[in-house]
Design a protein around this ligand. Structure first.
Ligand SMILES: Cc1cc2nc3c(=O)[nH]c(=O)nc-3n(C[C@H](O)[C@H](O)[C@H](O)COP(=O)(O)OP(=O)(O)OC[C@H]3O[C@@H](n4cnc5c(N)ncnc54)[C@H](O)[C@@H]3O)c2cc1C
Length: 494
């Protein structure tokens, strides 16, 4: 259906011809003065992967490209760009596994071609096992293909793509630059958000008015909170966010392995071992590089960070090889882990074919830790407000879904705004935004629930639950269609 008159864009444009402008817009345009806020259709607070994806989607769509949009980020957005001379011997420690569904969205909005492809690593296999019982499940598209009947041509052959977050944001910024038309306020914090006033010449009483650290004020027909877990936009909207802290930290690091991995350069494998303190995961990057996400207690995270590079490398190798009792002891000694692990390794039977190849180097300055929490906002929408990404939900990283959920949110919100523009609705009205909430809330809630339960299930160290979960894991591994279902879900498919 051809788009109807893009009323909203015209409302926001002072130079719009009078014949296309509503009385309301004319009053607003007439009222602008030096002290009035600048009027925007969409103001997005947060230039992380979710906010950038939303704005790129809006600018890319012929239906919404006429909207007047602004981006505000407290950080310098130049730092969200991958340096042109980035070497393949060093990688950022903030990497994510992008599902094929997220990659498809990035392709559709024209951003994927701006990513540095040489720094992206697709992987075709996943090995996941229980650190207590050793029960294992493997996901491998090559062997699973016959199980996925009928297999659609669009079904992926890659489980996911490992990419540095900065490569994703860099690609989105590159595409936004190409599209143009975004008023960007970088290194500019939102200091306050208030409702506008019911002035004589301009009724902004339901509009969020943002005061920025550079002294400017902006009025938003629709204010998007893409401003991360502590979202000021969510606070302004009075939307509660509920959940809990896991009492765990995610330790990340960029690692060099002794080779390209067990499947060689063409068949990359991701590994995750569930330990009672949390999973340790090693995800492939190009060449011999890999990225670590080790979820563990804050005390153990602090210990890992304090170790010498040699002891740290030995601990990561031990995390995939030694018993939980061994690991507990190794965390309790102040130093000398490398020596201790070398000795213990000689006395522990290890099936090297099923675990990652040895880490030989940790990239200097990449060991860091992040507190892990689960949060879900009560709703993603309010009058003239929508939340996307971590502002709406934060999830344990064990399934690598947080950034992907944000990409799904951004794509869905673009569709909702397109529909509102096409049907002549006010894009900030709750009614127009409702579709976005119903498209995303239940889906994200289900994912948050599954991941939270997995975390709890694997935190149990002994007793019948260990037997039952191992039985469950082995059963799913043996059941073709169910395994195919999980693989499709992990890939972001239906
Ligand atoms: C250890 C770890 C591993 C992870 N691994 C994965 C993975 O494999 N796959 C995956 O999908 N996800 C993963 N995630 C999750 C993923 O990193 C996040 O979900 C994602 O980065 C969130 O993106 P966002 O754009 O919603 O928010 P953010 O990236 O947090 O961006 C928010 C932006 O808002 C800005 N902002 C905030 N307040 C203000 C203000 N007052 N004024 C102006 N600007 C403001 C900030 O500067 C920031 O740029 C992982 C997370 C962790 C901790």
């Amino acid at each position: 259906m051809p788009p109807r008159l893009p009323v909203i864009a015209h409302w926001a444009c002072p130079s719009t011809p009078a014949t296309r402008v509503s009385i309301f817009s004319f009053r607003r345009c007439a009222s602008s003065s030096a002290t009035s806020p600048e009027i925007y259709d969409v103001v997005c607070v947060g230039g992380g992967p979710a906010g950038l994806s939303l704005l790129t989607g809006l600018r890319n769509s012929p239906i919404t490209s006429g909207l007047k949009v602004a981006l505000i980020d407290g950080q310098d957005l130049q730092k969200s760009r991958l340096p042109k001379d980035a070497s393949l011997g060093s990688f950022s420690n903030r990497c994510s596994s992008l599902t094929p569904a997220s990659v498809r969205n990035l392709q559709e909005i024209g951003a994927w071609k701006h990513a540095n492809a040489s720094r992206i690593q697709p992987y075709q296999e996943m090995q996941v096992w229980d650190g207590v019982s050793d029960a294992r499940i493997s996901f491998d598209w090559d062997t699973a293909r016959p199980l996925l009947t009928p297999r659609k041509p669009s079904q992926p052959t890659t489980i996911a793509y490992m990419i540095e977050n900065v490569n994703t944001t860099s690609a989105l910024l590159g595409r936004l630059e190409e599209l143009g038309g975004v008023a960007t306020f970088s290194s500019t914090k939102v200091e306050s958000i208030e409702l506008g006033k019911d002035a004589e010449d301009l009724d902004l009483s339901s509009w969020p008015i943002l005061t920025l650290s550079n002294g400017k004020t902006l009025a938003a027909r629709l204010l998007v909170g893409a401003d991360g877990a502590n979202s000021p936009v969510r606070s302004f909207a009075g939307i509660e966010s509920r959940g809990w802290d896991y009492g765990r930290h995610g330790v990340v690091a960029s690692l060099k392995l002794e080779g390209p991995g067990r499947g060689g350069a063409e068949h990359k494998i991701a590994y995750q071992r569930f330990l009672p303190t949390g999973p340790i995961a090693m995800l492939p990057l190009p060449g011999n590089m890999s990225t670590l996400v080790w979820s563990t207690t804050p005390e153990r995270a602090a210990k890992l960070k304090s170790l010498s590079p040699n002891d740290f490398i030995a601990m990561v190798n031990a995390g995939f090889r030694l018993s939980t009792a061994d690991l507990e002891y190794l965390h309790s000694i102040p130093s000398g882990q490398a020596e201790e692990i070398a000795w213990r390794g000689k006395h522990t039977p290890i099936n090297e074919a099923q675990i990652p190849t040895n880490v030989v180097e940790v990239q200097a300055g990449t060991v860091a830790n992040f507190p892990l929490k689960m949060r879900h906002a009560d709703t993603y929408t309010g009058e003239r407000v929508a939340l996307v990404g971590d502002a709406a939900h934060t999830i344990h990283p064990l399934a690598g879904q947080g950034l992907n959920q944000g990409q799904g949110d951004a794509a869905a919100l673009v569709k909702t705004i397109e529909h509102a523009v096409t049907t002549g609705q006010d894009i900030g009205s709750l009614l127009a935004l409702e579709q976005y909430n119903s498209d995303r809330y239940a889906e994200n809630n289900a994912m948050l629930g599954v991941v939270d339960k997995l975390h709890r299930l694997y935190a149990v160290e002994s007793g019948p639950i260990v037997g039952l979960r191992s039985l469950g894991l082995r059963a799913v591994d043996a059941m073709g269609p169910l395994k195919g279902f999980f693989m499709n879900r992990a890939a972001g498919g239906a």
